[in-house]
Structures are given as structure tokens and as C-alpha cells.
Ligand binder design. Structure first.
Ligand code: PGA
Length: 247
């Protein structure tokens, strides 16, 4: 059985006060059936970790350390209490021009630092409309497998986030999500069936407390990566309960 994950990606939102409110609420939702992880902005990671909530960075540097002003290393994230890090969120890929090549380096740096990378993949609306969804996702996943080998996926999480569904209120249907999750699992199974079966694949893109039940009920959807709704304590705890019901 794969233990579901509900992850909250706060993006560049929040405050110390909101962090206190949300972590208090998460602590009430914590249970053995679901891993609840918060990805706050960097300055709040230590604070969230100190509250006893699983946490991680929204990105990390591909470098170990050194003269890279403004960057944050995986080692430092680990040192202040992070256990996870997002790699390749679509906002990083588009706004910050992160290529598959650099994302593979970040993925490796995460693992070297003792962090579990959450590799985010997904197609744009234009790619979906031109039937390129599978080829785009295969390219994003294969970039890691080709460079680092399939074994690295044993200690990772994948998040499928269709770009057209992020922050738009347009969620993938449960069938659309399930089809891509199964595609990803089968792609990895071509290399290693055990790793594919054990890998947690999260859905992200306008997940809320109304659609989380049907999404999490899909056999290959192992929880969610939640943006907007993770900033509302009530909605986020309802999403965590959905994951528990479907655990
Ligand atoms: P959303 O964001 O839930 O606001 O669509 C998801 C994400 O970007 O991870």
C-alpha cells in the first residue's frame, strides 16, 4: 500500500501569523494514514519544522554551496528541518526557465542532501490539445531516469500537475488524472516494477475540498499537491480528511 501525501505549496504567500494558524490546523489533521507536508517560502521552513510538521523547500540550488547569491542549498534546507523539496514546479520551469537538464541536477542535489525530491511534471493546454501530453511527461520523467538511473525514483515522489489546471480553477477530471498517473507508473515499470508500484504520484492543479474525494479515489492517485486551497485551514484539513478516507 502507498501512504497518501497531502502537500501544501504556499508559493510566495503567507506570513509568520498565517504559518502559525495553518501549522496548528495541520497538527490537528496529522495521523498515521497520511503524510501532510507544507512547502512554505524559505524563511518559514525552520518555523514550520519546529512545530512538528513535515516541511520542505519549493526549490533548491543545483549547487552544493558557494558564491550563488540568493540561492539556497539542499544541505541548508535539511539542516533547518526540511525533509522534502519540490523540483520542477511549472512556475519554476516557465517563469525561471528551469530546463530538464538543470532540474536533473537539482533532483540529484536534493538526494545528496538527504531530501526527498518531489518531481513536478505536466503539460500545457496547447500540448494537451495537440496530443503531446504523454510525450511531454515522458520527456520530463525520462530526463531523470536517463541521467541518474531508475533507482533514484525509489526515494522520490512525483506530482502530476497539468499546467492548465494550476491556479485556474480548471481541475483535470478524475479520469484524465488517472490516465496520466497510470501512464507515469507504467513508464517507470518498464524499468523497475517494484519502484513503480511503490512510488507515490500526487495530482496537483486546482485541488479543493470539493474535488479531492473523487480525485484521491482513483487507483493511481496517491494524494495531492495543493496550492490556493492550502492557504485556507478549513479547506486544507478537509482535503487531508479526503486522503485519509481514501488511504
Ligand atoms: P493550485 O496550485 O492548487 O492553486 O492550482 C497547485 C500548485 O501549483 O502546486
Amino acid at each position: 500500500m502507498r501512504k497518501p501525501i497531502v502537500a501544501g505549496n504556499w508559493k510566495m504567500n503567507g506570513s509568520l501569523e498565517l504559518a502559525n494558524t495553518l501549522t496548528n490546523s495541520v497538527k490537528q489533521s496529522q495521523n498515521d494514514d497520511v503524510d501532510i507536508i507544507i512547502f512554505p517560502p524559505f524563511p518559514l521552513i525552520a518555523h514550520v519544522a519546529n512545530q512538528g510538521v513535515l516541511t520542505g523547500g519549493q526549490t533548491l540550488s543545483e549547487h552544493e554551496s558557494g558564491a550563488f547569491t540568493g540561492e539556497v542549498s539542499g544541505q541548508l534546507l535539511k539542516d533547518v528541518g526540511a525533509n522534502y523539496v519540490l523540483v520542477g514546479h511549472s512556475e519554476r520551469r516557465t517563469i525561471f526557465s528551469e530546463s530538464n537538464t538543470v532540474l536533473v541536477q537539482k533532483f540529484a542535489q536534493a538526494q545528496t542532501s538527504g531530501l526527498t525530491p518531489v518531481l513536478c511534471v505536466g503539460e500545457t493546454e496547447a500540448e494537451r490539445e495537440s496530443n503531446q501530453t504523454e510525450s511531454v511527461i515522458a520527456e520530463q520523467v525520462n530526463a531523470v531516469i536517463d541521467q541518474l538511473g531508475v533507482a533514484v525514483l525509489a526515494n522520490s515522489v512525483i506530482a502530476y500537475e497539468p499546467v492548465w489546471a494550476i491556479g485556474t480553477g480548471k481541475t483535470a477530471t478524475p479520469e484524465q488524472a488517472q490516465a496520466v498517473h497510470l501512464f507515469i507508473r507504467n513508464l517507470i515499470a518498464e524499468h523497475d516494477v517494484t519502484i513503480a508500484q511503490g512510488l507515490r504520484i500526487l495530482y496537483g492543479g486546482s485541488v479543493n475540498d470539493k474535488n479531492s474525494d473523487v480525485l484521491f479515489a482513483q487507483p493511481d492517485v496517491d494524494g495531492g499537491l495543493v496550492g490556493g486551497a492550502s492557504l485556507k485551514a478549513d479547506a486544507f484539513s478537509a482535503i487531508c480528511q479526503s486522503a485519509q478516507r481514501n488511504a
